[in-house]
Ligand binder design. Structure first.
Ligand SMILES: Nc1ncnc2c1ncn2[C@@H]1O[C@H](COP(=O)(O)OP(=O)(O)O)[C@@H](O)[C@H]1O
Ligand SMILES: [Mg+2]
Length: 339
């Protein structure tokens, strides 16, 4: 790819942003590591880059594209009007204008965003998923008898462990009903309630469209959490450094997995990636039970791309430096045909 390519970094915002929103201010935000790292890499790679932050104004995208005429949009926008379920609509809007963009297309985003649809598809193909029920807002709240405790109650279409805390782990019908009601009301989301799968928490990063590259497996370990306590990547477990220290939570490369098991997990994840029609790059979240049964928990197309997060670290371990990774993602975006 010639270095003269013009790349527009497309970011999301939590409130209305101006077309020429000050980048320095934006990049100082504490949750903006990905934008900072990706833009930094693109500049280092010699691309001409500009950026746009969108909240709810699609006209700004049209204006920016008209003015800058980008060859590619590096898509880091995964919410619209504070709604993370609109990620698929953003890329649909880009595809309708025949714009090239990085990462996953609308079908993959749609299938993965709904934690129920992805599980139904995979279950049909005999990939283990936790038994689950979906409880929409406004419907009577009751646990189906077949669903066995302990159960994890989650928002159906959220990300980043929003709405997931230790209270999401329920062991009685009263706790179940309370938590479902809480998610309906406080998170304005339908609920998926899944049987809790005890086991190691594994993250598998994959890059590619037709030809897929799987990176070394990452794991979240719970070093100081007592053996009989639930172990989950709750909101605090992901984002609260103090909390992570207190409970000995660490993201590291998975150790002591039999090489044959690693191959098996990686093959299974490629299959999942294809079944869910993911393009670009994704991180698949799994649980591995004590008797080595592998359960699918969630697929994350367009996972966090900051240089110190699981995806980039896994790519790095496979020999892709951060700028090389960003270049691969960009190049793939230029080549991908969206239908
Ligand atoms: N069925 C389950 N069994 C065990 N742990 C679960 C289950 N569902 C979720 N968790 C825990 O909660 C975390 C977040 O759930 P996930 O569905 O990935 O939501 P998010 O999209 O917010 O990351 C998982 O990484 C896992 O640690
Ligand atoms: Mg997850």
């Amino acid at each position: 790819m010639p270095k003269k390519l013009k790349i527009l970094g497309l970011f999301d915002a939590m409130e209305p942003a101006k077309i020429d929103e000050d980048l320095t201010l934006l990049l100082q935000g504490k949750d903006r590591n990905t934008e900072r790292d990706v833009l930094g890499a693109l500049v280092k790679l010699g691309y001409t880059t500009e950026h746009l932050t969108i909240f709810d104004n699609l006209d700004l995208v049209r204006q920016k594209v008209e003015a800058f005429q980008p060859d590619l949009i590096f898509n880091l926008a995964d919410q619209f009007r504070n709604n993370r379920a609109f990620d698929q609509n953003i890329v649909s809007f880009l595809a309708l204008q025949d714009l090239k963009f990085t990462g996953c297309g609308s079908t993959g985003l749609t299938l993965c965003k709904c934690k129920g649809i992805s599980k139904k598809i995979l279950d049909y193909h005999r990939i283990h998923v936790p038994d689950f029920v979906i409880i929409p807002r406004g419907k009577r709240i009751a646990r189906p008898k077949r669903l066995k405790f302990p159960i994890v109650v989650k928002p159906l279409k959220e990300e980043a462990s929003l709405g997931i805390s230790q209270a999401s782990f329920v062991e009685t019908d009263d706790q179940f009903n309370d938590r479902v009601q809480f998610i309906h009301q406080s998170y304005d989301n339908d609920v998926i309630a899944e049987e809790y799968i005890e086991g190691r928490e594994l993250y598998v990063s994959i890059l590619g469209n037709q030809r897929l590259q799987v990176f070394p497996i990452r794991e979240l370990v719970f070093k100081q959490v007592p053996p009989d306590e639930p172990k989950m990547a709750t909101y605090k477990a992901k984002w609260d450094e103090e909390y992570r220290k207190r409970w000995g939570l660490e993201n590291q490369f998975a150790e002591d997995l039999d090489p044959a098991l690693v191959t098996n997990i990686q093959d299974k994840c490629k299959e999942i990636y294809r079944l869910l029609t993911i393009d670009g790059y994704a991180r698949i979240d799994l649980r591995l039970t004590p008797d080595n049964k592998l359960y699918f928990i969630e697929a994350n197309p367009n996972p966090i791309l900051a240089d110190d997060e699981d995806f980039a670290l896994a790519a790095g371990k496979a020999g892709l430096s951060y700028p090389q990774l960003i270049e691969r993602i960009a190049r793939q975006g230029v080549k991908t045909v969206r239908d």
